[in-house]
Design a binder for this molecule. Structure first.
Ligand SMILES: [Zn+2]
Length: 61
């Protein structure tokens, strides 16, 4: 646990709210605000997913 290797996500595949970290990158849900950082855009912006989706995107080992 601890440091998570950053995943670079292509912004072309995301909507504007997703790019701003205001919507889940997987299910587009905006409320409640997605909490889990799952990657960054090439410019360093953190994109987020809700907890359920983050678990699917980044399985815990
Ligand atoms: Zn989600």
């Amino acid at each position: 646990m601890g440091y998570v290797h950053p995943v670079i996500i292509d912004p072309e595949s995301l909507t504007t709210p997703q790019c701003l970290g205001l919507a889940c990158v997987a299910c587009h849900k905006r409320f409640p605000l997605p909490r889990v950082p799952v990657g960054t855009l090439p410019d360093g912006t953190i994109v987020r997913a809700c907890e359920d989706c983050a678990f699917l995107i980044r399985p815990q080992h």
